[in-house]
Design a protein around this ligand. Structure first.
Ligand SMILES: *[C@@H]1O[C@H](CO)[C@@H](O)[C@H](O)[C@H]1NC(C)=O
Ligand SMILES: *[C@@H]1O[C@H](CO)[C@@H](O)[C@H](O)[C@H]1NC(C)=O
Ligand SMILES: *[C@@H]1O[C@H](CO)[C@@H](O)[C@H](O)[C@H]1NC(C)=O
Ligand SMILES: *[C@@H]1O[C@H](CO)[C@@H](O)[C@H](O)[C@H]1NC(C)=O
Ligand SMILES: *[C@@H]1O[C@H](CO)[C@@H](O)[C@H](O)[C@H]1NC(C)=O
Ligand SMILES: *[C@@H]1O[C@H](CO)[C@@H](O)[C@H](O)[C@H]1NC(C)=O
Ligand SMILES: *[C@@H]1O[C@H](CO)[C@@H](O)[C@H](O)[C@H]1NC(C)=O
Ligand SMILES: *[C@@H]1O[C@H](CO)[C@@H](O)[C@H](O)[C@H]1NC(C)=O
Ligand SMILES: *[C@@H]1O[C@H](CO)[C@@H](O)[C@H](O)[C@H]1NC(C)=O
Ligand SMILES: *[C@@H]1O[C@H](CO)[C@@H](O)[C@H](O)[C@H]1NC(C)=O
Ligand SMILES: *[C@@H]1O[C@H](CO)[C@@H](O)[C@H](O)[C@H]1NC(C)=O
Ligand SMILES: [Cu+2]
Length: 559
C-alpha cells in the first residue's frame, strides 16, 4: 500500500496539480487494455474478454475525494464501455459508462479516458462492462479507502481481501445470449459460480483447485465481497465462522453478526472476519438464492480459509449452504441492514416527497414470428419494454437532439391490476419505447418498485445510477399506499445503490435528485436488462454554477 501511495503522489505532481494546491490534490491513473485472453476453468479453455488479461480484472485503489482516470483501449472485436458501479459521478455522467445511455460505446481500436472524482465516498464498489453480456468476464473491484488519517467506524482489521463472486459459462457468453434472443426464450444458466475467478473443485473437474484465503490465528480480516454474477443472487457462508457486516454498497451500516450473507448482482458487502477458531481449514460456500420456479445454476462454488501452519492435506471443516429457497435466511439478513446513522455519517433521508412514483417491474410476452413459440419473453417497467436508442441519451439531452427519447415515462401503471395475484389473467403483452422520467434538480423522489406475477413473480435487484437511495420499506404482496407508508423507516434505513425487490412483493426507496444528467435504472440480472427491465431519469440542471452537467470530454466516443 505504501508503495502505491508513493507512486500516486508522484503521478499527481506530474499530471494533476496544475490548477489546485499540490497538498490537496490526489489523482490515480489506470490503464485498461481490453483484450482476448485464453481462460482455463472447469477443465476446459475458451477465449474471454478481459481487462489486462486478468479475471477478475484489476482492483482500483483510491481514497475518498481522489480523482480517478482510467484510459480504456479497446483491442477486441466488440463495442465496449465500462461502468463504475456505485460511483456517484456528480455532474460527470460522461464517465458513467452504460452504452447508449451516457456514452456511445468505445469501438474496436478506440480509446476513451474515464475521469471522475470519488466525492464523499468510501468503501467497496466495483466496475464492469456495460454493454452486451461482456460484464461476465469484464469486471473488478474498486477499493476506496477513507481519507488519509481517518479511521473506519469499526475496529481496524489486520488485513483486507477482495472477494469477487461470479458466474462461469463453458460456452461463450455472447453465444448464450444471442441464442436466447433468437429463440425468444430464457438463456442457458451458468455452469458454475466462481470465487475470485475459481469455482473450486467441481464434478468431473477434479484438477481444479479453489481460491484460498490465508489467515493467522487471532487476526481480523475485512472481506470486501462483490457479486459480479450476471443473473444470480448468492448466499455466502464460511464453516464455523461468524461474519460482522459493516458496510454495503460503500455505505456504512450498523454492525451486525450473521453466519450467512445474501448478496445480489451489483451489490457489495464488507464483513469483518476473525480467525478465532481452532487452526484448520474451513470451507467457504457460495450458492444461489431463488424462490421462484425458475432454472438456476445450482452448483455451489467453494473456496477455503487456511489458517497459517496448516497442511494442505488436513481435513476441511465443511458447511452446508442454505437451500436455494431459503427465504427466511434471506429475510433475516435483509431486515438486519440499517444505516450507521452516526454524527459523522448521518442518514439524510428525504422527509418530503416531490415525486411519488409507483413502478411495476416484471416479465411479459410479445409476439415474435421468428421465435421458437411465435413469442418472445420480455421484461418491463410500468408495461414499457425499454428500447435502447442508437444515440446516447445524455448527448441527446445535453445537445438538445430531438427524436431520441421522450420524457413521458408514466409515474404509475396506466391500467392498475392485482399485480401479485396468482390468478390474474392480464394480457402479458407490453409496449415498447424509449421513455424517460424528468426530475427538477434537487427534487425528492419516493419510488415504490412493485414486482408483478406476470409469467412468474421473481426477485429483481434494481440498480440506480448516479445516486444512492434509502430503502424505507419492503413487503410481500401488493403495496398498500394507505397503510404501508405508516411503517416506513425514515430514521436509519439502509442506504445503497442496488436493492432486491422481493419475489411477489415491493420495495420503497427515496432519493434526492441532486445530480444533473441522465441516469439509468435497471434490473441487475443481466437477462432481465436485456429483455427490457430498464428506464432512465433525466435530471435537469439547477441554477448555480455547480449544478449543471460539465461539458463532455473531447474524446467522448461517437455513435
Ligand atoms: C489461445 O489459444 C489458442 C489455441 O490454443 C491459440 O491459437 C491462441 O493464439 C491463444 N490466444 C491467446 C490470446 O493467447
Ligand atoms: C444451451 O443449452 C442447450 C441444452 O443444453 C445446448 O444444446 C446449447 O448448445 C447451449 N447453448 C450454448 C450457446 O451453449
Ligand atoms: C440442479 O439443476 C440441474 C439442471 O437444472 C438438475 O438436473 C438437478 O437436479 C439440480 N440439482 C439440485 C440439487 O437441485
Ligand atoms: C424448499 O424446497 C424444498 C425442496 O426443494 C422443499 O422440501 C421445501 O419445503 C422448500 N422450503 C420452502 C420454505 O419453501
Ligand atoms: C414455449 O413452448 C414450450 C413447449 O410448448 C413451453 O413449455 C414453454 O413454456 C413455451 N414458452 C413460452 C415463453 O411461451
Ligand atoms: C439546449 O437547450 C437549453 C434550453 O433551451 C439551452 O439552455 C442550452 O444551451 C441548449 N444546449 C445546447 C448545447 O444547445
Ligand atoms: C389479489 O389477488 C389475491 C389472490 O391471488 C387476493 O388474495 C387479493 O385479495 C387480491 N387483491 C385485490 C385487491 O383484489
Ligand atoms: C400493456 O400494454 C399492452 C400493449 O398495449 C396491452 O395489451 C396490455 O394490456 C398492457 N398491460 C397492462 C398490464 O397494462
Ligand atoms: C440544492 O440543494 C442544496 C443542498 O441542500 C442547496 O445548497 C442548493 O441551493 C439547492 N439548489 C437548488 C437549485 O435548489
Ligand atoms: C461551487 O461553486 C462555488 C462558487 O460558485 C465554489 O466556491 C465552490 O468551490 C464550488 N464547489 C465545487 C464542489 O465545485
Ligand atoms: C458499435 O457501435 C457503433 C456505434 O454505436 C455501431 O454503429 C455499431 O453497429 C456497433 N457494432 C456492433 C458490432 O454492434
Ligand atoms: Cu430482474
Amino acid at each position: 500500500m505504501s508503495t502505491t501511495w508513493l507512486r500516486v503522489v508522484a503521478t499527481m505532481v506530474l499530471f494533476a496539480c496544475t490548477f489546485t494546491s499540490i497538498v490537496e490534490c490526489r489523482i490515480r491513473n489506470y490503464k485498461f487494455n481490453v483484450v482476448m485472453t485464453n481462460a482455463t476453468k472447469l477443465c476446459s479453455s475458451k477465449p474471454i474478454v478481459t481487462i489486462n488479461g486478468r479475471f477478475p480484472g484489476p482492483t482500483i485503489v483510491a481514497r475518498e475525494d481522489d480523482t480517478v482516470t482510467v484510459k480504456v483501449v479497446n483491442h477486441v472485436k466488440y463495442n465496449v464501455s465500462i461502468h463504475w458501479h456505485g460511483v456517484r459521478q456528480l455532474r460527470t455522467g460522461w464517465a458513467d459508462g452504460p452504452a447508449y445511455i451516457t456514452q456511445c460505446p468505445i469501438q474496436p481500436g478506440g480509446t476513451y479516458l474515464y475521469k471522475f472524482t470519488l466525492t464523499g465516498q468510501r468503501g467497496t464498489l466495483w466496475w464492469h462492462a456495460h454493454v452486451l453480456w461482456l460484464r461476465a468476464t469484464v469486471h473488478g473491484s474498486i477499493v476506496i479507502l477513507p481519507k488519509l488519517g481517518v479511521p473506519y467506524p469499526f475496529p481496524k482489521p489486520d488485513k483486507e481481501a477482495v472477494v469477487v463472486l461470479g458466474e462461469w459459462w463453458k460456452s461463450d457468453t455472447e453465444a448464450v445470449i444471442n441464442q436466447a434472443q433468437k429463440s425468444g426464450q430464457a438463456p442457458n444458466v451458468s455452469d458454475a459460480h466462481t470465487i475470485n475467478g475459481n469455482p473450486g473443485p467441481i464434478p468431473n473437474c477434479l484438477a481444479n483447485g479453489g481460491y484460498r484465503l490465508h489467515v493467522d490465528l487471532g487476526k481480523t480480516y475485512l472481506l470486501r465481497i462483490v457479486n459480479a454474477a450476471l443473473n444470480e443472487e448468492l448466499f455466502f457462508k464460511i464453516a464455523n465462522h461468524k461474519l460482522t457486516v459493516v458496510e454495503v454498497d460503500a455505505l456504512y451500516v450498523k454492525p451486525f453478526t450473521t453466519d450467512t450473507i445474501l448478496i445480489a448482482p451489483g451489490q457489495t458487502t464488507n464483513v469483518l472476519l476473525t480467525a478465532g477458531q481452532k487452526a484448520g481449514k474451513y470451507l467457504v460456500a457460495v450458492s444461489p438464492f431463488m424462490e421462484a420456479p425458475i432454472a438456476v445454476d445450482n452448483l455451489t462454488a467453494t473456496a477455503s480459509l487456511h489458517y497459517s501452519g496448516i497442511l494442505t492435506s488436513s481435513a476441511m471443516k465443511l458447511v452446508a449452504p442454505p437451500p436455494k429457497n431459503a427465504t427466511s435466511v434471506a429475510n433475516t439478513f435483509i431486515n438486519s441492514l440499517k444505516s450507521l446513522n452516526s454524527e459523522t455519517f448521518p442518514a439524510k433521508v428525504p422527509l418530503n416527497v416531490d415525486h411519488s412514483l409507483f413502478f411495476t417491474i416484471g416479465l411479459g410476452v410479445n409476439p415474435c414470428s421468428t421465435c421458437v413459440n411465435g413469442s418472445r419473453v420480455v421484461a418491463d417497467i410500468n408495461n414499457i419494454t425499454f428500447v435502447m436508442p442508437t444515440t446516447a441519451l445524455l448527448q441527446a439531452h445535453y445537445f438538445n437532439i430531438s427524436g431520441v427519447f421522450t420524457d413521458d415515462f408514466p409515474s404509475k401503471p396506466l391500467m392498475p391490476y392485482n399485480y401479485t395475484s396468482s390468478t390474474q389473467t392480464m394480457n402479458p403483452a407490453t409496449n415498447r419505447g424509449t421513455k424517460l422520467y424528468r426530475l427538477a434538480y434537487n427534487s425528492t423522489v419516493q419510488l415504490v418498485l412493485q414486482d408483478t406475477g406476470m409469467i412468474t413473480p421473481e426477485s429483481h435487484p434494481v440498480h440506480l445510477h448516479g445516486f444512492n437511495f434509502f430503502v424505507v420499506g419492503r413487503g410481500i404482496g401488493n403495496f398498500d399506499p394507505n397503510k404501508d407508508p405508516e411503517n416506513f423507516n425514515l430514521v436509519d434505513p439502509v442506504e445503497r445503490n442496488t436493492v432486491g425487490v422481493p419475489t411477489g412483493g415491493w420495495t420503497a426507496i427515496r432519493f434526492k435528485a441532486d445530480n444533473p444528467g441522465v441516469w439509468f435504472m435497471h434490473c441487475h440480472l443481466e437477462v432481465h436488462t436485456t429483455w427490457g427491465l430498464k428506464m432512465a431519469f433525466v435530471v435537469d440542471n439547477g441554477e448555480g454554477p455547480n449544478e449543471s452537467v460539465i461539458p463532455p470530454p473531447s474524446d467522448l466516443p461517437k455513435c
